[in-house]
Design a protein around this ligand. Structure first.
Ligand code: AHR
Length: 518
């Protein structure tokens, strides 16, 4: 059995973890809204049409923030279509996903839903077909108490109190040719700056996320971030970063190595932010909002076969497998490892559309495999991220570094040999209780990994539980009929011996080892 060592010193901290690292995303896309969070007539729906079974699962995940309403959708969205009497709301051709948008659900419904789901809203504005004027009007509608056109309109619509949305995305993936009204970096940088200026004049308390390049392999990447920040540095607080990974090549070793890409991607965007900071001699630091991340590839073929202009068609309905859960676990560890600069992250998305929660319209809701690593990180990964010193055996992969869906479509591939550590791990400590959690993935395909983690400067600790997610079949998934096919178990063999945590991490497994002060 191979062995890996980790050293944790209580004094080696990466950063406090921003709770918003466990955010998610609901877009007007497929069945995320209609048939997902909203389904009047469903047996569990409340008077507003919100599915209680879905809300219960979201509450279990304790999601602190949900991005809305897009995504690509937002770049063609007239927010005014989705407020006021439902009977008067227009049906629109929705060009991002070639669907029909009924507008039965809009801003106010989302605010009500978010309150019930116990989450904050991260609102995106349309900087594609619309611009700064519509954006500042939406801030006035949402956040101004009253006595002006749009705030009084909100009150007429039955919402006396402002929604007080604190976090705003300035458009979405504006360098992508798939985006309605794609922009050059200068065009977008100027629009983002002017929009943010008027939005902040409307409400000085709000924060902004500028749209970063839509991906590392975009020809615009890098230059885009620099140019946008050169225009908008003073007004924005975060820059967005998005990535999705897939196992199209059916190569588990390479798939599990994607978190190494993610780590490099984060460090590249941090470098770009800091280059502009240096060039402009700023003190302020721009942080990262990783507001779209996940595995996404299972549904690509099915989506191409969908007829256009359906209402809420089943799009992006990836049925996640056990191996996807391992990759999501590695991505969560990567986010935690970069918690000093990644302050916001949104698992994209939350329900039905590349999501941890799936539903049948009119029927059941269940947990996909990826629900579990996200649940564990959200529940036990809050507080402070610790800097581990890891010594792990490695495996070698032939590695295609350009792997996202759009990159495949462009036909670009690069092959290199790479050494990947078998152990991917991080630890967090809850500042209030002192509870320590070690998250660890064993990427070894053949053997368990003998894991020894020295705890320095912690005092006496005992094991609370060792949760393990493992499965004999990498392609195992959960379904409405078999919702518990892939689920974690407690009872891993972690133990403490003379200040060292020892555990055997089963081959290809996600492990959560929780410790408390004695
Ligand atoms: O999350 C699905 C889509 O992926 C989003 O609409 C878009 O921003 C990204 O390309």
């Amino acid at each position: 059995m191979a062995s890996a060592k980790m050293l944790l010193d209580r004094a080696y901290e990466i950063s406090k973890i921003d709770n918003r690292l466990y955010g998610s995303f609901i877009e007007h896309l497929g069945r995320a809204v209609y048939g997902g969070i909203y389904e009047p007539g469903h047996p569990t729906a409340d008077a507003n049409g919100f599915r209680q079974d879905v809300i219960d699962l979201i509450k279990e995940l304790d999601v602190p923030l949900v991005r809305y309403p897009g995504g690509n959708f937002v770049s063609g969205y007239n927010w005014e279509d989705g407020v006021g009497p439902k009977a008067q709301r227009p049906k629109r051709l929705e060009l991002a996903w070639k669907s029909t948008e009924t507008n039965e659900f809009g801003t106010n419904e989302f605010m009500q839903w978010a309150q019930k789901a116990n989450t904050e809203v991260m609102m995106a504005v349309n900087l594609g077909t619309r611009g700064p004027d519509a954006a500042r009007n939406l801030v006035e509608y949402c956040n101004h108490p009253g006595g002006s056109h749009y705030s009084d309109l909100r009150r007429e619509h039955g919402f006396d109190k402002p929604h007080n949305v604190k976090l705003w995305c300035l458009g979405n993936e504006m360098d992508g040719p798939w985006q309605m009204c794609q922009k050059t970096a200068v065009e977008y940088g100027r629009a983002a700056y002017e929009a943010a200026k008027m939005m902040r004049w409307t409400d000085p308390t709000i924060e902004f996320v500028a749209a970063g390049s839509s991906g590392l392999q975009m020809p615009t990447f890098g230059e885009w971030e620099m140019t946008v920040l050169e225009h908008a540095y003073d007004l924005v607080d975060y820059i967005s970063i998005h990535t999705y990974y897939g196992n199209q090549a059916n190569n588990i070793g390479a798939f599990l190595a994607k978190s190494t890409d993610m780590d490099e991607f984060i460090k590249s965007v941090v470098a770009l932010c800091d280059a502009v900071k240096a060039k402009q001699r700023k003190r302020k630091q721009i942080h990262l909002s990783f507001d779209e991340w996940n595995v996404w590839f299972h549904s690509n073929d099915a989506d191409r076969k969908q007829d256009p202009w359906q209402v809420a068609p089943p799009l992006l309905e990836d049925a996640y497998t056990f191996e996807d859960a391992l990759v999501v676990g590695c991505m969560l560890i990567t986010l935690l490892r970069n918690a000093d600069r990644v302050k916001i992250a949104c698992l994209a998305q939350l329900v039905n559309v590349i999501a941890p929660i799936m539903t049948e319209s009119g029927g059941a809701a269940w947990k996909q495999t990826i629900f579990y690593p996200f649940l564990h990180a959200s529940l036990y990964g809050r507080g402070t991220a610790l800097q581990p010193v890891i010594s792990s055996p490695t495996y070698t992969i032939e590695y295609e570094s350009q792997v996202s869906w759009w990159e495949n479509e462009l036909g670009r591939k690069k092959v290199e040999a790479r050494k990947i550590p078998l152990l991917e791990s991080i630890a967090t400590v809850n500042d209030a209780t002192g509870e320590l959690t070690v998250f660890a993935v064993n990427k070894d395909q053949q053997n368990a990994l003998d894991f020894a983690c020295e705890l320095r400067g912690f005092g006496e600790y005992k094991i609370v539980e060792h949760i393990v997610l493992e499965h004999a079949d990498l392609k195992a998934a959960n379904t409405a009929q078999q919702p518990d096919n892939v689920r974690p178990r407690t009872g891993g063999d972690a133990k403490m011996a003379q200040g060292t945590l020892k555990a055997s991490l089963p081959k290809l497994s996600w492990n959560v080892i929780r410790l408390a002060r004695k």
